[in-house]
Design a protein around this ligand. Structure first.
Ligand SMILES: [Zn+2]
Length: 231
């Protein structure tokens, strides 16, 4: 992946946050900031990358920093070996940009393709023929097996060889890679579902705590007879 945008910035609210970060950056030593931001969740770290070009080089350019940040994400499947840089894995999992047209806050994960794509770019994907489905990782969408045109063209070109030994070797390697990438994608989708469930559970817990706090306040203020209305 060569996509170089931050994980997800651009909204007015985020711009205000970045201004605040710039202010703090001018007052704190860089080493201290680096130590602190290595404990941030990946999406928050992406905001720091927007502070200025110096920070962008230090933050986006530090594989070690991104590696540490990703290791702290509970349950996240390990970065696959073919995604060379940890920041690219962070962009895939936590980014919000379309990797192809670079539209902000539009990219939805297609983990099988190791891409995030907006609706429009997703419509530009090619449909895989059943005879090739075990040879290339595909994104399953509305009953279709989809891949990028570039990846599919490259696959079909490699399959043109007339050297049967090379062809057999190539097909075996593709089948192995396809199986590994699809399995990793399944684990990522599963991890995402777990994260969503955890967030909902936490929201429910907080709502219950806040309601109980409000009820306790009512009672303390002498409005206990209203409590049954809220239970
Ligand atoms: Zn797009």
């Amino acid at each position: 992946m060569s996509y170089s945008a931050p994980l997800g910035v651009g909204s007015r609210r985020t711009t205000a946050r970045v201004s605040g970060l710039k202010h703090h950056c001018s007052r704190l030593p860089v080493d201290i900031i680096e130590e602190i931001i290595s404990w941030l969740p990946p999406a928050s770290l992406g905001r720091w990358a927007s502070v200025d070009s110096h920070f962008r080089r230090r933050v986006l350019g530090s594989d070690g920093l991104w590696e540490r940040v990703l290791q702290l994400v509970s349950g996240l499947p390990d970065r696959p070996s073919e995604i060379k840089r940890p920041i690219d894995y962070a962009r895939l999992v936590f980014g919000t940009w379309c990797f192809q047209c670079k539209r902000a806050r539009a990219g939805v994960a297609a983990y099988e393709l190791q891409l995030r794509l907006c609706d429009s770019c997703r419509k530009g994907l090619d449909r895989v023929l059943p005879m090739h489905s075990g040879l290339i990782p595909y994104f399953w969408h509305h009953g279709k097996r989809l891949v990028t045109t570039a990846a599919y063209t490259a696959l079909k070109a490699c399959l043109q060889t007339e050297d049967q030994a090379s062809l057999m070797k190539f097909r075996a390697a593709q089948e192995k890679r396809t199986s590994e990438v699809m399995e990793h994608a399944r684990r990522l989708y599963s991890w995402e579902r777990e994260q969503t469930a955890l967030r909902r559970s936490e929201q429910d817990r907080l709502r219950t705590v806040k309601l109980q706090t409000a009820i306790d306040l009512l009672k303390a203020e002498g409005y206990g007879d209203f409590v049954p209305c809220f239970q």
